[in-house]
Structures are given as structure tokens and as C-alpha cells.
Design a protein around this ligand. Structure first.
Ligand code: FAD
Length: 391
């Protein structure tokens, strides 16, 4: 039922490019408007878990994804100060190893961008939308240069500071989580294992995993802080501040940090999940609808799931508003659960004293006596299949 329908997608990130391909494959005429002069991603890693990989495969891009990514063997939680492994989640145990991947963000965007163009999607760069008008007429977009676009159906995939979300919901100030994060990539040492490691310590943690077939090491390091002003991805910081924050951690970690020259630093803010995901011929998805903290590695995975469900409901033929309502109904509960779980992870990683000892003891016992239950606890997350689900 999408054949010949004209859809405008705002934003060429993971959400925008994947929904654009999904819609175009179903016959829609799709135009993506993107503010950037070229589609380029910041140099950082992403974990694509089976729930997201399933969507990429269903979009016909599984082979390209496999080439761009590196299969993950395990996720390990380690004590940052002793280095001891507290829990190891072996991803091969439940057959998830084949589609749990580490990727450079730029490589994922390349796969999706090529996929969108191959499906006939038009991508128009340097279109920074300043105003989204929803109401008695079809959705209208006005760029900073004064160009106007009218959309038959508008999909807002414009990320954390979404204009489409604001047009539907108004704006709500995010609140600072009292956490800042550094991120960096550095050349990896030979033989780096395909394992995501989380080093946990009081008030801080560090996540690391390989990228690009083991040529790079991706690092995200989080510290609790009282004050912060900006929510930007592009600030750089003195590497000494990062080294000092993790000076109590094992030499292995300190060695990596010693090699980082210009880490990026940003403040972690919490944005509420949007109450209205659609209205007046427009809908939102990805970070525009449900921004998340990165502590469950699910923001991009949720965006992929959204993209599939949104295209499928729009294609079902009941008209955009019914389709959008079905889409929100299908997605909102799950996305809220994931966002809550990511919030809780931040607290769990940063425990200290007796609470930390008790928590680590429990996790060690779980890993030793019931290793299958470790992965089982994530079945709701990784086992979720939007592609095969009846709706
Ligand atoms: P974005 O990627 O922000 O894309 C929005 C696009 O819209 C951009 O291209 C932007 O330029 C464009 N745009 C915005 N406003 C306008 C405008 N007014 N006019 C025109 N264009 C506009 N997720 C995972 O699944 N796994 C992970 O391992 C993972 N790790 C992460 C690690 C870190 C450190 C962080 C910060 C996030 C991580 N995430 C992860 C989350 C994930 O990166 C995001 O959730 C995901 O990229 C959101 O995609 P999106 O397309 O919704 O938004």
C-alpha cells in the first residue's frame, strides 16, 4: 500500500537510512533530508545485537553487515581495580554469536546509506531544517536557507534534538545524569580478543571492544561528576583528566589510556521518552522518540527495530494515522523498558564498598552455577524479533 506514496525522512542516521530503505523496498518514493554536507559519522564504535542484526538482514543487507562488522565472542564484566572477571556472557552459547557484532559507526552508516541509495532513495544533503509545521495542512519543513518542503508523509529521524519531536510534543529540558563520558579509538594491540569488556569501579566504568577486524580498540569511559554544561559530542578533553579518573584501575586499562591523545568528552543527559510519536501526518523514530543512555548498547538497535515496524505498519494499508498509532502501540512499551534498563545499568556498574562486594558475589555465583541463565536474562532483549513477529 506504499506504492507511489511520497515519504520525506528527516535525518540520515541509523534510523533515517534504515527506515528509508525499508519504505523504498515496499514501493514508496522516499527523499531523505540531511543537514550535514556529507554523510559521515564520528569515529566511535557500536554494538549491533541480534535483535538489530535481524532487521538489517531482512533489509537485504546482512552480507554487507557481516563484512563491515566483527563477530563478538563474549561480554565480560570485570572489576576495574583487580581486573578479576566478575561475569562472562558467552555469546556462542545460545547461538547469538553469529549476529552480535562490533562495528565502526561510519561502516554501519556506509552499509545503510548504500542500501538506501540502491533501493532508489534520494538523499539531499545540506538541508538543515529549522522549522517543522504540523497542523491543518500536510507537514511542511523550512530550512535555515528558507527552502520549503511539503511532505505527504513525514518521518522524523532527526535524533536527540529532533524538531519533529518538538513539533509534536513541545520541548522538555533534559536533565544531567551527573555522568560524563570520554570516548576514543586507538590502534589495537595484536591479538585483541573479540570481547566487549566492562571494567567497573566506584563511580566510574570503562567499556572497550575491538573494531575493524581488531585494528582499532574502541573506548568509552564514564565518570560521575557534580556539574556539567554541554550535551555535545564534539568537545575534546585533556587526556590527563581521563588518566587521573582511572588511575586506580588495573595497568591493562591505564596502558590504553596512556596512548590516548585527544579524547572526546560529553555530558550524559536523560531525555524522557516522547509521549506523542505521531500526529498530523508525521511520526518519529530512533533517538527522536526515545533517546537512551548508552549503557545497554541499544540506541541504534532500537532505531532499526522501529524502522522495520514503522514501514510494515504503513504498508498495511489502513492509512498513515492508523498505521502510526499501531506503530507506537507496538514499540513504546519495549523502548521504555530498554531505556529503564540502560539507566539501571549505570548505577550497577558504579557500586562501591559492601554493595559492590555483594553484587559481584551474586554475579560470580550466577556465572559459575547457572551460566545458561546469564544469557537467558537477556532473552527479552536480544531474542526480540520484529521481523518475524505477527502484528
Ligand atoms: P542520529 O544518529 O543522531 O541521526 C540523526 C540525523 O539527523 C543526523 O544525521 C543529523 O545530522 C540529522 N539531523 C538532525 N537534526 C536535523 C535537522 N534539523 N535538519 C536536518 N538534519 C538533521 N546504540 C547501539 O545500538 N549500540 C551501541 O553499541 C551504541 N553505543 C553507543 C555509544 C555511545 C558512546 C553513544 C553516545 C551512543 C551509542 N548508541 C549505541 C546509541 C546510538 O548511537 C544512537 O541511539 C543512534 O545512533 C540513534 O540514531 P538516530 O538515527 O535516531 O539519530
Amino acid at each position: 500500500m506504499l506504492k507511489g506514496r511520497k515519504v520525506t525522512v528527516l535525518g540520515a542516521g541509523v534510523a533515517g537510512l534504515s527506515v528509508a530503505r525499508a519504505l523504498a523496498l515496499r514501493g514508496a518514493e522516499v527523499t531523505v533530508l540531511e543537514q550535514a554536507p556529507e554523510i559521515r559519522e564520528v569515529g566511535a564504535g557500536l554494538q549491533i545485537s541480534p535483535n538489530g542484526a535481524r532487521v538489517i538482514s531482512a533489509l537485504g543487507l546482512g552480507a554487507a553487515l557481516g563484512k563491515a562488522g566483527q563477530r563478538a565472542e563474549a561480554v565480560e564484566l570485570r572489576d576495574g581495580e583487580s581486573g578479576a572477571v566478575v561475569l562472562r556472557m558467552d555469546l556462542s552459547r545460545a547461538g547469538t554469536g553469529n549476529d552480535f557484532l562490533f562495528l565502526h559507526r561510519a561502516d554501519l552508516i556506509d552499509v545503510l546509506q548504500e542500501g538506501a541509495r540502491d533501493a532508489g532513495v534520494t538523499i539531499r544533503l545540506l538541508k538543515q531544517v529549522d522549522e517543522v509545521r504540523l497542523g491543518a495542512h500536510p507537514p511542511r519543513l523550512v530550512t535555515t536557507l528558507g527552502e520549503e518542503f511539503e511532505a505527504e508523509i513525514l518521518i522524523g529521524a532527526d535524533g536527540l534534538h529532533s524538531k519533529v519531536r518538538a513539533a509534536l510534543n513541545g520541548t522538555v529540558a533534559p536533565f544531567f545524569t551527573h555522568q560524563v563520558a570520554w570516548r576514543a579509538t586507538l590502534p589495537a594491540e595484536p591479538g585483541i580478543a573479540p570481547v566487549a569488556q566492562v571494567f567497573m569501579g566506584p563511580g566510574r566504568h570503562l567499556v572497550t571492544y575491538p573494531l575493524r577486524g581488531g585494528r582499532l580498540r574502541n573506548i568509552v569511559a564514564v565518570e560521575e561528576r557534580r556539574r556539567w554544561a554541554e550535551e555535545s559530542w564534539s568537545l575534546t578533553d585533556d587526556p590527563l583528566a581521563l588518566r587521573i579518573a582511572f588511575e586506580e584501575f588495573v595497568p591493562e586499562v591505564r596502558g590504553w589510556l596512556d596512548r590516548i591523545e585527544r579524547p572526546n568528552l560529553w555530558g550524559l543527559f536523560r531525555h524522557p521518552v516522547a509521549a506523542r510519536w505521531h500526529g498530523h501526518g508525521a511520526a518519529i523514530l530512533g533517538d527522536a522518540a526515545h533517546p537512551t543512555l548508552p549503557f545497554l548498547a541499544q540506541g541504534a538497535n532500537m532505531a532499526l527495530e522501529d524502522a522495520w515496524v514503522l514501514a510494515e505498519t504503513l504498508d498495511a494499508g489502513a492509512g498513515p494515522e492508523t498505521a502510526f498509532a499501531d506503530y507506537q502501540r507496538a514499540r513504546e512499551g519495549r523502548c521504555r523498558r530498554i531505556v529503564d534498563a540502560a539507566n539501571a545499568n549505570a548505577r550497577n556498574y558504579h557500586l562501591s564498598g559492601l554493595r559492590r562486594d555483594v553484587a559481584h558475589l551474586g554475579l560470580r555465583a550466577l556465572g559459575k552455577f547457572a551460566p545458561d541463565r546469564v544469557l537467558g536474562r537477556f532473552e527479552w532483549l536480544y531474542g526480540h524479533d520484529v521481523v518475524g513477529a505477527p502484528r
